[in-house]
Ligand binder design. Structure first.
Ligand SMILES: *Cc1c(COP(=O)(O)O)cnc(C)c1O
Length: 332
């Protein structure tokens, strides 16, 4: 069977979606509806006051034909955390996991072969139809999940030019670890400026020189045998891929240092041959090929270590390497 991957990432969806509604103070039983559109009151809380958060995770078709989810409980825990911080009703773990598993089962024929995957997009929105609730949390909500067959987010082997932004932030510092649409809207002006003015693919936000993350992925420096990345703070998104990469890197013999580091330190390291990677579910692991720092482009000399770490992670996802850390949940 051929399972086509649409040319545009995330543009084609499985026909149905599971929906969990929070009404009358309780989560309601799972229902299914068309994924084509969604009917909402025009006054819905999410549309006016940004009570929205989302997740991104993948299901993989392994070489033995099994279909697996990668670390779904880590994504569920993160949405529960986002929901708490946004004062949205917190989804229940079991109902959420069952909805994910059932969706992947129903969409099994659409899960593409390696190196592609089925991307899953759980979305939680506040639905109270009251525009007077600007300073009040929503009391009703919907959690729905889209499924979309996807190839590579960034084409493997293509240039990854990163603009280092030291003045502006991606989002308000207390919102960094919330996976919400509002943070993307907040970062968009700098992302567009980087593209237009420097032809950069991504912006690395380093407010005051503190190296944090890009608009949609985490960042790590690979300096010889050492991997350096910012320790978990409220200012940035705690990626599941970041955690997987650090774990696999330790297995590969790297020394992992979660510590703050500056643009000056990063620049000196890159000039001396250090590598750098972006990590995230959509992009997996993307080696950086150059940085623009203070208007000057600095090439990264190698992408070899980053590519080896990428392979170590994707080998687990596709069932080529042993799942030592218990990250895979078999669906069918
Ligand atoms: C989703 C996201 C990431 C990556 O998280 P993963 O769990 O690895 O997919 C990184 N940064 C931001 C801002 C994100 O929204």
């Amino acid at each position: 069977m051929s399972r086509p991957v649409p040319a545009v990432f995330g543009s084609v969806f499985h026909s149905e979606m599971p929906v969990l509604a929070y009404e009358n103070g309780a989560w309601q039983p799972l229902r299914w509806q068309s994924a084509h559109d969604l009917t909402l009151p025009a006054g819905a809380h999410a549309l006016h006051y940004g009570s929205e958060c989302f997740e991104g995770l993948k299901a993989f078709r392994q070489q033995n034909g099994n279909i697996v989810l990668f670390r779904p409980t880590a994504n569920i825990a993160r949405m529960q955390q986002s929901a708490k911080l946004l004062h949205l009703p917190v989804p229940e773990t079991d109902a959420y996991l069952n909805a994910l598993v059932e969706l992947v089962k129903r969409a099994a024929d659409e899960v593409p072969d390696a190196p592609a995957a089925l991307y899953l997009r759980p979305t939680l929105i506040g639905t109270d139809p009251v525009i007077g609730k600007a300073g009040t949390p929503t009391e009703t909500a919907l959690l729905y999940i889209l499924a979309s067959p996807v190839g590579d987010y960034f084409k493997v082997g293509s240039p990854m030019k990163i603009l280092v932004e030291t003045e502006n932030m991606r989002c308000a510092p207390h919102m960094g670890r919330v996976k919400c649409g509002g943070n993307y809207a907040s970062a968009l002006p700098w992302v567009l400026k980087a593209k237009e003015e420097y032809g950069a693919n991504q912006v690395l936000f380093c407010p005051g020189g503190d190296v944090q993350e890009t608009g949609a992925s985490n960042f790590a420096l690979i300096n010889g045998n050492e991997i350096i990345t910012k320790p978990l703070t409220d200012e940035f998104l705690h990626g599941v891929t970041r955690d997987s990469v650090l774990t696999v890197a330790k297995d590969l013999g790297y020394q992992v240092n979660e510590r703050n580091f500056t643009v000056a330190e990063m620049k000196a390291a890159v000039k001396n041959g250090a590598e750098a990677i972006l990590t995230g579910t959509a992009a997996v692991i993307s080696p950086v090929t150059s940085f623009v720092i203070d208007g000057q482009e600095i090439a990264v000399r190698s992408t070899e270590r980053g590519e080896a770490i990428r392979k170590a992670v994707t080998d687990i996802q596709y069932g080529i390497a042993e799942d030592k850390h218990g990250w895979l949940v078999k669906v069918c």
